[in-house]
Design a protein around this ligand. Structure first.
Ligand code: AMP
Length: 403
């Protein structure tokens, strides 16, 4: 089956056309700066052929029109007509308590998705725009929604309930949901395959470290706790997000700086984390380069990032009753040997011992293990593939519905 996977953000659409039989992409691309000056579309075929277009792209509907034109282009495309797309899989950030699994998108689902906007005002509206654009251009093609929250939906209540009046959970569904579920799902299954393990027996800690970062404790194949919470702001330090914060800090900043709630939200989501502490960059490569050149604020940002992650690994080892494996994924997890080294340093007493030589070789999309021979806990580096999970789920649900 050929599945078009769409990840629709506020001003961008990432996409891949995946052949689920070969599990490879036929073409993938990015429409960037939708509705802004300098919009562009970049597409790459699996044979390396690339297109790079710029021009005005007004909204998501127009963006998808160009994406589809690129996919069927006689010179640059990979399919002859739009009938070559068997189904569309959408990455959806927040399914609230309604969606514990991927779903076939119909009118009822659209209504519930709109109800969930309240829970994720930054993420759900652009996701919905992507679905609407795809339904407009491909009205007869089955569409499936795959939720970032679904993998965490089996968390026990004591892990997802916040210490606030219970009535607020009942009234407004305020609880921990967790995100990056598709990535944590993919790397845990891949770990099982690489080790010939059994998910029913494995206790895993999965660290997804990209621009957004989260960690998940995995038992029986599912998340029993995760660092992101009601929104993707909680937990680890991130490129531009603060992660864990005493709510009293937000109140104090509002009082002292005279900020509106909207402004404090922007500050915590867009101007905090690595860039907030370093004053330099949200990009870990730039933080590391500056740190190695002696920049003290970059070093502090790096240390806060690594220390927070180390604390969570300790906490989740306790929550799981011991870990069999720690998985690193995402741009930082896959590539930054310095982060892996700093995080795992001095965890030997927990049976976690890094092999420094192996660690230094594990970069640029390589997959493998970097623990020392005498380490009790395996340490895996696994490039994530959220698009493949979305494509496979989309195929499964489409086939089930059609049969
Ligand atoms: P992602 O959101 O998964 O694309 O990850 C983006 C993050 O990965 C950015 O902070 C990048 O700086 C970081 N990253 C990518 N390559 C490297 C590298 N070689 N060393 C350190 N960080 C990297």
């Amino acid at each position: 089956m050929k599945v078009l996977v769409i990840n629709s953000g506020s001003s961008s659409i990432k996409y891949q056309l995946i052949d689920t039989e070969t599990r490879n992409f036929l073409a993938k691309g990015l429409v960037d700066r939708i509705g802004l000056r300098g919009s562009s579309l970049k597409q790459e075929r699996s044979d390396g052929h690339k297109i790079n277009l710029s021009g005005e792209i007004f909204d998501h509907q127009q963006a998808l029109e160009y994406v589809l034109a690129g996919l069927i282009s006689p010179n640059h495309g990979v399919i002859k007509t739009l009938d070559g797309i068997d189904a569309v899989g959408h990455r959806l950030v927040h399914g609230g308590e309604h969606f514990k699994d991927s779903v076939l998108i119909n009118e009822d689902v659209m209504n519930v998705l709109n109800e969930c906007i309240d829970l994720a005002p930054l993420h759900n509206p652009p996701n919905i725009k992507g679905v609407q654009a795809a339904r407009f251009h491909l009205p007869n093609t089955p569409m499936v929604g795959v939720f970032d929250t679904a993998f965490h939906s089996k968390m026990p209540d004591y892990a997802y309930i916040y210490g606030i009046p219970y009535v607020l959970y009942k009234r407004h569904s305020i609880r921990r949901y967790g995100f990056h579920g598709t990535s944590h799902y993919y790397v845990s299954r891949r770990y099982r395959d690489l080790t010939n393990g059994n998910l029913k027996e494995l206790k895993l800690i999965s660290c997804h470290l990209g621009n957004g970062a989260s960690i998940s404790a995995i038992k029986n194949g599912y998340s029993i706790d995760t660092s992101m919470g009601f929104t993707p702001l909680e937990g680890l330090l991130m490129g531009t997000r603060s992660g864990d914060l005493d709510p009293g800090v937000a109140n104090q900043i509002i009082a002292k700086e005279g900020l509106e709630p909207r402004e404090i939200s922007a500050m915590l989501n867009k101007h905090s984390g690595l860039i907030g502490i370093s004053g330099l960059s949200s990009d870990m490569r730039e933080i590391e380069d500056a740190m190695l050149e002696g920049n003290k604020r970059a070093e502090l940002a790096f240390n806060v990032f690594a220390y927070r992650l180390k604390k969570y690994i300790g906490a989740y080892t306790a929550a799981l009753g011991g870990a069999d494996g720690i998985i690193f994924t995402g741009g930082i997890g896959e590539n930054s040997l310095l982060v892996r080294k700093a995080v795992l340093n001095s965890l030997e007493y927990m049976g976690i011992i890094l092999d420094h030589e192996k660690n230094e070789k594990m970069i640029r999309g390589k997959e493998g293990f970097v623990e020392a021979e005498d380490s009790k806990v395996k340490i895996a580096v696994i490039p994530t593939n959220e698009e493949l999970v979305i494509a496979i789920d989309t195929e499964k649900i489409t086939r089930k519905t059609l049969s």
